[in-house]
Design a protein around this ligand. Sequence first.
Ligand code: FES
Length: 162
Amino acid sequence: MTATTLSTNGHDRSALIPLLQQVQTEKGYVPQEAITEISEQLRVSTSEIFGVLTFYAQFRLKPVGKHMVKICRGTACHVRGAPFIIDAVEEELGLSDGNDTTKDHEFTVEKVACFGACSLAPVMILDEETKGSITPDQARRMIRKAVKAIKAEKAKAEVSNE
Ligand code: FES
């Protein structure tokens, strides 16, 4: 987000949501400095902007990991064991205390209301891979496989840098 980008939108308050969406698309989240900048540009209070950011689930206030793990916690998935999937994934990634992103910023776990694929419940998506009727063990295996692939990629990069 830059002043140049913002200046094209003037002081039109209706630009608030499109601007926030633009920041989110560019950075993956809406950082504090962007909120301040937008607040000054549109003459909207930061508390009003926070209200918008917290109202719409699409906005994130913290940076996300390189890999997204989306787990449905809708009714169909919930009754078919989604809480166990969530527990397994969070444990596998070492997430606790409400943190949704790993310390190395490789993974973010997002709990989604419904993917619209309830007949496949419970459903988990890791990046581009969707898995329905997933069990906690399968969820753990998906995570381990991704972690292994990331480690292999890093090792390859280190070798090529030597
Ligand atoms: S409730 Fe999980 S996909 Fe609909």
